[in-house]
Design a protein around this ligand. Structure first.
Ligand code: PLP
Length: 492
């Protein structure tokens, strides 16, 4: 399959909804930074496994061996995707996104070097790559970003190095996102790895926003000092909804210490007064029955991405992204965030914006209800970063960006709208977004009159309702499924 044909191989590209003006149109899905659509072929691989489904901890029957092999294949695919040496790295599946893996890593690394109580982050982290370190790993310090709000760029490397020097001998690790989920801005993670290693610190990279858009090898040059020690990501952001989170970790960071979670499948022997852990990776790090189908679906999605050539997809996305940013930057009334200079601040397909005089919640609601453009709005689980980006404009509105009470006024203005791309994003999707933005800017008062803000800052249409069960009702779906399989009511 060619990469272009594969771009149409997603479930949900033809999803239609009835809009507030009565038209039924195709959804334009521009919320891939939250979760991507499902790659049909990857899903099919998991479906083909289903007739053989069995527990990976059994091994005496045909199905169990098939399941075990498929699960091993998924691990191997993850390692290969990051070009990680399977002798020195292990892939671990955990939870339903990378949050679980980040919590586990924070606990494991804190346990490994309890005397090093400092963790360095950047100001652009998602809460998933911030709160676990605060809770489990010690004192967190947020390194500043380059540039000035609202044109902030990647992490300021000189400032990061200064923090490493200032806290010499006390920094356990640096945790940094490869790409921001708000602006798509990339951090130079391999250069950060070299800095960290020069100060005997480790580096944990949150690659959740990068891997659907651009490759991220464990080492960019092959040099050992530029190797990433741990990389985490979420399968549901990589075209495999329902898959687990994944971590690729240097084995010697986890070896010879008690795994964070214990239970079945990761011990060699258990007595009433003790137990002996399995030595094998990843078994010792994966207590309990795994999400086999999700892991296999993820492995298949990674394999398809590899075949399509992530570099090529990245290049195609950059053309669309630059065109969208150029168009928005030239439109009066649009405010963009993050440094727009692609040389200084390379970015992936995530664009955050606001429209003059229109609250982010109102923009997102009207784009959905009248244009069928699915975007996200708010602070995207990155409150410190969004606040920093918004500071100049909030001050101008005489709103204190750092106010701690969730005043309605603050919620209405403290946030942005985010449009984010996936492999399937086409010029027609971007054209629909631009048309929606132009319409909103041309008739702000018309849209304002159609909505009222509720107590939580959400904008609710005064007349139009689209209850979720109108388009999908699990009970109705169940009835159809039962009827389709010939199971009638009196048999149940
Ligand atoms: C950069 C980044 N890190 C971490 C996460 C958390 O991922 P999950 O909710 O899948 O655990 C997200 C999700 O939006 C993200 O964008």
């Amino acid at each position: 399959m060619s990469p272009d044909a594969a771009a149409r191989d997603f479930i949900g590209l033809d999803t239609r909804y009835r809009l507030a003006d009565g038209r039924v149109t195709r959804r334009r899905y521009l919320d891939s930074a939250a979760s991507t659509l499902a790659l049909r072929s990857a899903r099919q691989v998991a479906d083909e496994l289903l007739p053989h489904y069995a527990n990976t901890h059994s091994d005496s029957h045909f199905s169990a061996r098939i399941a075990g092999r498929a699960y091993g294949w998924a691990h191997a695919r993850v390692l290969r995707f990051l070009r990680a040496d399977p002798e020195r790295y292990t892939a671990i599946f955990a939870g339903s996104g990378c949050t679980s893996a980040l919590n586990r890593l924070a606990r494991a690394l804190a346990m490994r070097r309890p005397e090093r109580e400092v963790v360095l982050l950047t100001l652009m982290e998602h809460h998933a790559n911030d709160l676990p370190h605060r809770k489990h790993a010690g004192r967190v310090i947020h390194a500043p970003l380059s540039g000035d709000a609202p044109a902030l760029g990647p992490v300021d490397l000189a400032a990061l190095e200064k923090l490493l020097v200032q806290h010499r001998g006390r920094v356990n690790y640096i945790a940094v996102s490869a790409a921001s989920n708000v602006t798509g801005i990339l951090n130079p993670v391999h250069a950060i790895a070299a800095l960290a290693h020069a100060h005997d610190a480790w580096i944990v990279v949150d690659a959740s926003q990068q891997l659907a858009h651009a490759p991220l090898p464990i080492s960019d040059t092959g040099a050992a000092d530029r190797e990433l020690d741990a990389v985490v990501f979420s399968g549901h952001k990589l075209y495999a909804p329902g898959s687990p989170g994944a971590a690729v970790v240097r084995r010697n960071l986890l070896a010879d210490q008690e795994p964070d979670e214990v239970g079945g499948g990761m011990v060699e022997d258990v007595h009433l007064d003790g137990y002996r852990l399995a030595r094998r990776f990843p078994d010792r790090e994966e207590a309990g029955t795994p999400n086999l189908l999700g892991a296999v679906q993820l492995g298949a999605a990674l394999a398809v991405l590899e075949r399509a050539g992530l570099e090529r997809l990245h290049a195609a996305e950059q053309i669309r992204l630059r065109a969208l940013i150029a168009e928005l930057a030239a439109m009066p009334g649009v405010r963009l965030y993050g440094d727009l200079d692609f040389e200084r601040a390379p970015r992936l397909g995530v664009v955050a914006f606001n429209l003059d005089g229109l609250e982010h919640g109102l923009v997102a609601a009207a784009l959905n209800d009248y244009h069928n453009v699915a975007v996200r709005n708010g602070c995207f689980c990155a409150h410190p970063y969004v606040r920093e980006l918004l500071k100049p404009e909030l001050w101008a509105l005489e709103i204190d960006p750092d106010a701690r009470d969730a005043a309605a006024l603050l919620d209405r203005w403290r946030g942005m709208v985010r449009a984010s791309f996936g492999w399937y994003t086409g010029d027609d999707d971007i054209a629909a977004l631009l048309a929606g933005i132009r319409d909103l800017l041309a008739r702000p008062e018309h849209y304002r009159a159609l909505y009222r803000p509720d107590a939580g800052g959400r904008f609710v249409h005064r007349r139009f309702e689209a209850p979720a069960e109108r388009d999908f009702d699990p009970e109705a779906a169940l009835e159809r499924a039962l009827a389709g399989s010939g199971v009638t009511g009196d048999m149940l």
